[in-house]
Ligand binder design. Structure first.
Ligand code: NAD
Length: 289
């Protein structure tokens, strides 16, 4: 297939490289430059998707996605598939689906879980919203970039699943970090803390797979000076998406709100550009209250 890939950052680059390695013709566009193995370079998003069977986007926000969509939808061939893998508002996904439908395109919201490690190894989980027919067309590509693709329902259902998942992730990362900070002050070794919790009822992905304490557990951004990984700014974005959605449907999300407020404070106080697991040194810092 011919694929236009827009947004080649921490996630998009390895995803595009995996599609190219599987034999697809991939043309990329990113204003910061294209650095994905086997991926050709276009000078604009519209150029990247010219004549493409599939347009794929992996962008930082719904506002940017809307701008890119405005550029590329008129340039896409009827019957082509628009797959957005970014994490954005449910309403943005629904609006985009409507515009794509009117232009004779298939479209899916297909956000991912699994982080940069999953993007590199092709083991992402895709949570997909949109028509069954579009899902079936996209499935072979999703199976290259991921280990699982779950069709969650109509347009917007993928984003709904994603923001619920990431609201849990934000809260469990904070809980894991504050427990490590407490354990420290109680004189408990980090390794003992990991060995117990990772095999006990306090275990979670945040502890077992992405441990925020350096030197224990599998390799994670904590072992690399808290370079992202998954930037704290993106976690705050996702928590804001969850809170915005919760307000619109009047859902109670007290822990989600607390997590949003703490990540907002972390970002204000120097967390920008750090991995979201750097919540641990932030909580450990002298004087935190
Ligand atoms: P990133 O900031 O590394 O990459 C985003 C890329 O988009 C950048 O390279 C940027 O230059 C590019 N971009 C910005 N404006 C553009 C435009 N107009 N046209 C084309 N490209 C443009 O972010 P990321 O970590 O790759 O995340 C991308 C998306 O994936 C976000 O929505 C994020 O929430 C989601 N996500 C990230 C992770 C993760 O672990 N990093 C995991 C799951 C989902």
């Amino acid at each position: 297939m011919k694929i236009g890939f827009i947004g080649l950052g921490n996630m998009g680059s390895p995803m595009a490289a995996n599609l190219a390695a599987a034999g697809h013709e991939v043309i990329g566009f990113d204003p910061a430059g294209v650095r994905a193995e086997g991926v050709g370079t276009a000078q604009s998003a519209a150029e990247a998707i010219k004549g493409a069977d599939v347009a794929l986007t992996m962008l930082p926000s719904g506002t940017i996605l809307r701008d890119v969509a405005t550029d590329i939808i008129p340039a896409m061939d009827p019957g082509a598939v628009f797959i957005d893998c970014s994490t954005v508002e449910v309403d943005t996904a629904r609006d985009l689906a409507e515009v794509c439908g009117a232009a004779g395109l298939f479209s899916l919201d297909a956000p991912v879980s699994g982080g940069t490690a999953g993007a590199t190894s092709g083991t992402l989980t895709f949570m997909v919203g949109g028509p069954e027919q579009a899902f079936e067309k996209a499935r072979p590509l999703l199976e290259i970039m991921g280990a699982r693709a779950i069709h969650c329902g109509p347009a917007g259902a993928g984003q709904a699943a994603k923001i619920c998942n990431n609201m849990i992730l934000g809260a469990t990362m904070i809980a894991t970090c504050e427990a490590f900070a407490l354990a420290d002050k109680l004189g408990l070794e980090q390794q003992a803390m990991f060995d117990v919790v990772s095999t006990s009822s306090g275990s979670s992905w945040s502890m077992n797979t992405y441990c925020p304490a350096p030197g224990v557990g599998p390799a994670s951004p904590a072992d690399n000076g808290y370079e992202p990984g998954f930037a704290a700014d993106l976690m705050l974005k996702d928590l804001r998406l969850a809170l915005g959605a919760a307000e619109r449907v009047d859902a109670a999300v007290p822990l989600g709100r607390a997590a949003r407020d703490l990540y907002a404070r972390f970002i204000d106080e120097g967390g920008t550009g750090r991995d979201f697991s750097a919540m641990l040194p932030y909580l450990r810092a002298a004087g935190f209250s």
